[in-house]
Design a protein around this ligand. Sequence first.
Ligand code: TRP
Ligand code: SF4
Length: 340
Amino acid sequence: MSTPTQRIVSGMRPTGPLHLGHYFGVLVNWVALQEEYDCLYFVADWHALTSEYASPGRIKQFVPELVMDWVAAGLEPEKCTMFLQSQIKEHAELQLLFSMFTPLGWLERNPTYKEVKGELEGAKDLSTYGFLGYPVLMAADILMYRPHLVPVGQDQLPHLELTREIARRFNFLYTPLFPEPQAKLTEAQKLPGLDGRKMSKSYGNAIHLSESMEQVTPKIMSMLTDTNRMRKKDPGNPDQCNLFPYHVLMTDAGKRTEIVSGCTQATLGCVDCKKMLLESLGAFLEPMRARRVELENNPRRVWDMLEAGNRKAHEQALETLTLVRERVNLEYKELSALRS
Ligand code: TRP
Ligand code: SF4
């Protein structure tokens, strides 16, 4: 009487250490989903290459780092499949086949494309075929595993819409094969950076999941709080304070009520409030750090995890590709396959 487990696919680009913004924005959902769904999570190294093609060495270095961040954050290889995109060559074949019938207009109109290209223009030349085709590769990543749901941030919604359009077009041109995967948006848990802007590596306002309390402490202690509150005897307003969102996500509700009343009634000073936050952060980061250190001392385990994940993903990918090749008349039963 069991309904089959629904499948989930998502990926992240290996372009740097993960920070609290990534954790509360996406990763916390990934961790929860592995309990209930058949989850495939992959390191999107080909995607990283679409914009970082001139520095491929950096990407490789971040591949094991990303997996360590995932495991530190709570992904477990027994509960989900973690794999490395570039090792599953079927993604490239599927992208190629999708590219045959994806109208250029769909790609050129893509708001993420226009936005990111504009942002990075000057720094990098992104007038490339690969960068324009990024959403087609993403559609291949997703549809390969014929998932029900894709947990992504708001910024990825246009890409997911394109994925559905590509699925529909394939199903219309050939025989129906692909489901139309839906976005799994969980209520966005916003965590601004240390300076109140969006948390981002490039702003230098982030706390990384791999940081020690020695590294975190000075960052928290120097944060700007409610700027209208010059002295402890001035009442403060948590809603005007960069620090308070951190308490919202990391400090338990009881203590948080104390903080709000202490702040608004001018009985709690910002320094003490920061110390309370450091306690919460410690309780949050230390277990992550312990899991990470274990892997750092045993790097082979990271690669073994990926290898096991690659094997599982590859099996699924081959199954899909076999069906796709049949539909596009590229199944040559007359020829024996080359080994690859
Ligand atoms: N485009 C995503 C990002 O930049 C990464 C990604 C690539 C992805 N392929 C995917 C996410 C497939 C979900 C599903 O974050
Ligand atoms: Fe912010 Fe805490 Fe200071 Fe209030 S007491 S302004 S919440 S740091």
